[in-house]
Design a protein around this ligand. Structure first.
Ligand SMILES: [Mn+2]
Length: 337
């Protein structure tokens, strides 16, 4: 029983300003390699940690080009939705997004909170659960989103598109520190969202893994050195084990990222740079401007939960309406993760 994990592919048809190469072509090469690896390793499922697409409504052209590659996968694809897959970062919009559409067609399988999927092969039973991105993730008690129970299985895996970190970027940062979810019974907690990833963390024999994004969109110092990679989980031996596989098709960060964009921020105070990094990684400037304003107003004026939810719902609808009007050839630089 083997599984392959990857995250944050940010499929899009345009090249971000920070890239010096042709981003869609580079991403296609990486996805071809992922498909080849998955098939050669004969994995039983491929797991995707979210931000499958860079926008909730990619064009049909972009979709077709990338899905043509991914349909080469011989194993089923399980996905949790990332903030970029959703309108207004609202999971209630999932049914109207391209990711939701593909799930309806049975093209991929979306993992829903509280609905475990069981995979069985070679005498090993795996419990698979997932938590898509939502606005309160990493803000409310992380137990709701990260802690799962292991039931009648050999190995439990939980995927979350959340800002799981080893230690906070700074006090009060919107993130979830691994230690706070040590009560989980998942043998493997797989996260994405934080594009730089982190080294494997093992607590009480349980692993917390974020291999980093497959796509490199921003020029953070760590991004210049990082090699996009996938994780192979292998439950065939006497004990579960895993290894990271760096993608051979990924060019060095220094070749594909525009370093002049790093220099701009290098002159600023470290604190500001870190703040910008956190803002970007926690959902982007759009979120800061809109979602967080709603949250701030709701908190300050004691607005009822129902009203806050309605405001967030309308925000998602507005985002969807705006996105629909952007047309086929938009070039959008969201700058977030
Ligand atoms: Mn992302």
């Amino acid at each position: 029983m083997r599984l392959l994990y990857l995250t944050d592919t940010h499929i899009r048809g345009t090249t971000p300003q920070n890239r010096r190469d042709n981003f869609p072509e580079a991403l296609k090469a990486k996805l071809r390699e992922v498909v080849r690896l998955a098939n050669e390793l004969e994995v039983h499922a491929v797991l995707h940690g979210g931000d499958f697409f860079d926008l909730p409504n990619p064009t049909l052209q972009v979709c077709a080009e990338f899905l043509e590659i991914l349909r080469g996968l011989e194993a089923p694809l399980y996905v949790v939705a990332g903030n970029h897959d959703l309108f207004g970062q609202n999971p209630e919009s999932l049914g109207r997004t391209m990711l939701g559409f593909l799930a309806r067609l049975g093209w991929l399988r979306l993992l829903a909170p509280g609905e475990p999927v069981y995979l069985e092969a070679e005498g090993v039973r795996v419990q698979l659960t997932g938590q898509h991105f939502h606005y309160d993730l990493d803000r409310r008690d992380p137990v709701h989103d990260y802690v799962v129970r292991k039931r009648s299985c050999d190995v439990a895996i939980h995927m979350v598109h959340g800002m799981l970190v080893e230690r906070p970027f700074f006090p009060g940062a919107c993130c979830t520190v691994v230690e706070r979810i040590a009560a989980t019974e998942a043998d493997y907690t797989l996260s994405g969202h934080a594009h730089l990833g982190f080294g494997d963390i093992c607590l009480n024999g349980r692993y917390f893994i974020n291999p980093g994004a497959l796509a490199r969109l921003t020029v953070l110092p760590g991004e210049l050195e990082r090699t996009p990679q996938v994780v192979l989980l292998d439950f065939g031996g006497p004990a579960p084990h895993h290894r990271r596989i760096p993608l051979a098709s990924a060019a060095p960060g220094r070749e594909v990222l525009d370093r002049s964009r790093l220099l701009v921020s290098a002159f600023r105070e470290e604190k500001l740079a870190r703040f910008v990094q956190v803002v970007r990684e926690s959902g982007g400037l759009e979120a800061l401007a809109l979602d967080q304003i709603i949250a701030a107003i709701a908190e300050r004026h004691g607005v009822e939960e129902e009203v806050r939810q309605e405001a967030l719902r309308r925000l998602a609808l507005a985002h969807e309406t705006l996105a629909a009007g952007e047309g086929e050839n938009r070039v959008r630089e969201t700058g977030n993760h």
